[in-house]
Design a protein around this ligand. Structure first.
Ligand SMILES: *[C@@H]1O[C@H](CO)[C@@H](O)[C@H](O)[C@H]1NC(C)=O
Ligand SMILES: *[C@@H]1O[C@H](CO)[C@@H](O)[C@H](O)[C@H]1NC(C)=O
Ligand SMILES: *[C@@H]1O[C@H](CO)[C@@H](O)[C@H](O)[C@H]1NC(C)=O
Ligand SMILES: *[C@@H]1O[C@H](CO)[C@@H](O)[C@H](O)[C@H]1NC(C)=O
Ligand SMILES: *[C@@H]1O[C@H](CO)[C@@H](O)[C@H](O)[C@H]1NC(C)=O
Length: 390
């Protein structure tokens, strides 16, 4: 776009600069009016505001029945949930909101948003940046607050994309349908492979956008493609989500981010790591608690190649995590490492929010025993040659 304007010789440098800055890709953080707190022309109404057809919700396009809801607003005797601030939108049957974004072609982006369901029925949200899309199931309540944040990633095939949220539902009750709030984006960097660790992003420091003040973490729903993962390197293999947590609101073993495993076998993260067949490896990782009053016991199942081990969290008195390991012999060029919670834990303070053990700082490296053996062999080898030469 910047280049094409150079053919207009009369365009001043200043105008060119303006054109170029207008084309800058979206910055990490909230989308334009991503929290729906910007008042529509005419102001917010204390009554439900329905938009049928072209909407006037600043920053967004809508299609179908999109309702701007306000915290405290009641519907059928129930108070509607607004995840953040005072306002959010509700999507009626087959309704959609969307926003156009300028992105960097070829880059990976993660869209994070908060969502709540309004009725007990199965509700879901189709998040898309065509041609990519995913339907996120909102039936499971992970937090007692009644809403959660989710992340979904896409590869930008174009510079101009449209992120859309659609309620695919066709409920009899038109006042049902999910509520959306706090829509943010983050460009995802895939961390480099380290020399002495076969695991990519083993410290989980690279991941989706998290609001500094959002205390529920971000759920990572099923995603089988490690090329488009909000958590680079990793996939979520299971039907249910795992929770991405930060050190501002949770206890995290290392750095600022980690993963909390939820709902037993229904929440599995895994990665295929590069290995050399028939060589011995050690997988090391931190296993801890999230500081969220999760009911004990906490335990995980850890997998590396053909080895599986259940490990209970039994830390030293003052520590919030322990270091555990699992030894295995690689059978192929790529080896699967995976984790899930051995139990189905809930919090002791509200008895219903899902919680579980925390995993962090996952490393896979050639076994120390192997390195020592190799060292001894080298010493013997060179020692022998020195001896022969003398
Ligand atoms: C609105 O959605 C309907 C049904 O999905 C579709 O046929 C129509 O083209 C959409 N309208 C606009 C303006 O996008
Ligand atoms: C987080 O902070 C922003 C402003 O920085 C505010 O608009 C938003 O309501 C806050 N969210 C929560 C959940 O408190
Ligand atoms: C979700 O929406 C996208 C874009 O509108 C569409 O191509 C896709 O088929 C939808 N997926 C489902 C499961 O409805
Ligand atoms: C645990 O912490 C307390 C107070 O900080 C300290 O007195 C105690 O020695 C610590 N115990 C261990 C085993 O580190
Ligand atoms: C793995 O091997 C290392 C060194 O060879 C050893 O210290 C460790 O205890 C082993 N781990 C397990 C779980 O057996």
């Amino acid at each position: 776009m910047c280049l094409s304007s150079t053919k207009y010789k009369w365009v001043s440098v200043f105008a060119l600069l303006l054109a170029c800055s207008a084309a800058a890709p979206v910055e990490d953080g909230l989308l334009v009016n991503g929290d729906f707190e910007t008042a529509p022309s005419g102001g917010f109404s204390s009554e439900a505001v329905f938009f049928d057809g072209p909407s006037t919700i600043p920053g967004w396009k809508s299609n179908g029945t999109v309702e701007l809801v306000e915290s405290g607003q009641k519907q059928g005797g129930m108070i509607l949930i607004v995840p953040q601030g005072k306002h959010a939108v509700r999507l009626g049957n087959d309704a959609e909101i969307s926003q156009e974004l300028k992105v960097e072609k070829g880059s990976l982006y993660s869209v994070a948003f908060s969502a709540a369901r309004t009725c007990a029925q199965l509700e879901s949200l189709n998040v898309s940046v065509p041609p990519a899309s995913q339907t996120i199931d909102l039936q499971t309540l992970y937090s007692v607050q009644g809403w959660d944040s989710y992340a979904w990633a896409f590869q930008a095939d174009e510079e101009d994309v449209r992120v859309a949220f659609r309620n695919p539902g066709m409920e009899d009750d038109p006042t049902c349908g999910p509520i959306i709030d706090a829509v943010a984006i983050k460009k995802i960097y895939v961390p480099d492979k380290l020399k002495n660790n076969a695991v990519v992003n083993g410290d989980f420091e690279e991941g989706p956008w998290m609001f500094r003040n959002a205390s529920l973490g971000v759920l990572l729903p099923t995603n089988l493609d490690d090329e488009t993962s909000s958590l680079p390197g990793w996939i979520v293999e299971s039907n249910r989500a795992v929770r991405y947590i930060d050190s501002y609101h949770f206890t995290v073993p290392g750095g600022k981010r980690a993963i909390e495993l939820l709902s037993g076998k229904e929440g599995i993260i895994s990665q295929m790591v590069e290995t050399k067949p028939n060589k011995p490896y050690t997988m090391t990782f931190s296993l801890g608690h999230a500081g969220d009053a999760c009911k004990r016991p906490l335990a995980i199942m850890a997998f590396a190649g053909d080895q599986a081990q259940s490990i209970h969290y039994t830390p030293n008195s003052n520590s919030t995590f322990q270091t555990s390991n699992l030894n295995f012999t690689a059978r192929a060029e790529r080896t699967r490492v995976a984790f899930y919670s051995a139990y189905y834990n809930t919090r002791t303070d509200d008895m219903s929010s899902l919680c579980g053990p925390v995993v962090d700082d996952v490393r896979v490296e050639r076994s120390a025993s192997y390195k020592i053996r190799l060292g001894i062999e080298l010493i013997l080898f060179f020692g022998f040659h020195l001896f022969v030469q003398a």
